[in-house]
Design a binder for this molecule. Structure first.
Ligand code: DQA
Length: 147
């Protein structure tokens, strides 16, 4: 039996509203659409994908803890926690796999407070500004790192 390397896709606060939330910034695709695209991209690379969306910081931290030693990579769109959550920073710092920070928009081109990411220092790399396509780019980046 072959065990597929696993990827954990994490979606932070307000991303459950994608599709109707500020479509001029985030597009009209729903979170389900993005998860489906990421799942298909992962399958094409022989990777299993699990997804969790939560509006609660603690759920995201618990999921990062459970990924330790079991999951090859975490792709995380932390939403606004990107700019504030040192707790997510610390959880990711204690995780030993690949970490891709993902954003639909390009936070650097928006309000000044979005220009600070506390997740970036503990990410392997960041993909931002490519909208829905970013989900596929993130999975491709994980697969390239694993191969
Ligand atoms: C976001 C960018 C963040 O600044 C914002 O708070 C979000 C979404 C993005 O995907 O572009 O909720 O992470």
């Amino acid at each position: 039996m072959t065990i597929q390397p696993a990827v954990l896709l994490l979606s932070g606060p307000n991303l459950n509203l994608l599709g109707t939330r500020e479509p001029s910034v985030y597009g009209t695709g729903t979170l389900d659409d993005h998860v489906a695209a990421a799942t298909a991209a992962a399958a094409a690379h022989g990777l299993a994908l699990r997804h969790l969306q939560s509006n609660r910081e603690s759920d995201l931290i618990d999921a990062i803890h459970s990924a330790r030693g079991t999951t090859a990579a975490i792709v995380i769109n932390p939403g606004a926690f990107t700019h504030t959550s040192w707790a997510i920073h610390d959880a990711l710092a204690a995780y030993d796999g690949i970490v891709v920070e993902l954003h639909l928009s390009n936070p650097d081109s928006r309000e000044p407070w979005r220009r600070t990411s506390v997740v970036a220092p503990v990410a392997t790399g960041t993909i931002s500004g490519f909208g829905a396509h970013g989900y596929v780019l993130a999975i491709d980046a994980v697969a390239a790192r694993l191969s």
